[in-house]
Design a binder for this molecule. Sequence first.
Ligand code: IPE
Ligand code: IPE
Ligand code: MG
Length: 234
Amino acid sequence: MIPTHVAIIMDGNGRWAKMRGKERIYGHYEGTESVRACCEYAVEAGVRWLSLFAFSEENWARPEAEVTELMHLMAKSILNERPTFEKNNIRFIVVGNRSRLSEALNRDIDGAMAETAANTGLSLVIFLSYSGRWDIEQAAERWAADGAPEGRYGDYLATAGIPDPDLLIRTSGEQRISNFLLWQCAYTEFYFTPVLWPDFRKAEFRKALEDYASRQRRFGKTGDQITQETNDSK
Ligand code: IPE
Ligand code: IPE
Ligand code: MG
């Protein structure tokens, strides 16, 4: 089975650069090549949604120079990739606390989102200034203000309209969620790899999808029930 929605915590850029005696930002630049490779492979493999954790709410606490460089890199990547989005029928979406982003960056994001809104291929979701707790809080406020409609909490999350991830990949050997999609990962399969993000390209992505395909998702049921359901649907 190919997962409909793959989410990735792209980690390890700094260490990748450090190992080469370079500045951390060098790793972030190299990481954008992995983004391109993973988008291409997602399209090839038939993944419909690719979510990438690019910058967390906590990442604002990094040294100012690194934050500035990362924001600059984001603006530059949007500019560079816009023709590729069009060519490959990719829908570009940014999710996060956009009030913390600069006006110029927000304008670029709005432009790219509007331009690609009607594209029907891969939906590429970039999580920028995002954190799971921020999302749960902002959703709770708006949900309560609307009179707490039953069964509709998910419509108030910043990810409304996006299916929950089937597979969450984290690179760089860390085995934690770091405030990413807390509500949405209730039944997501996790895949951890020691590979650093700048080295995570097509072959590594394929390995993750193969691993996912070997798993049985049970959603609280028994394995026998799932086998029965699979046979019934054949
Ligand atoms: C991930 O790489 C990119 C961001 C969090 C912006 P890091 O910058 O966290 O790299 P390491 O974890 O320090 O190696
Ligand atoms: C998680 O990586 C956030 C992103 C990849 C954007 P971090 O490097 O910020 O996570 P911690 O601090 O190691 O948990
Ligand atoms: Mg890190």
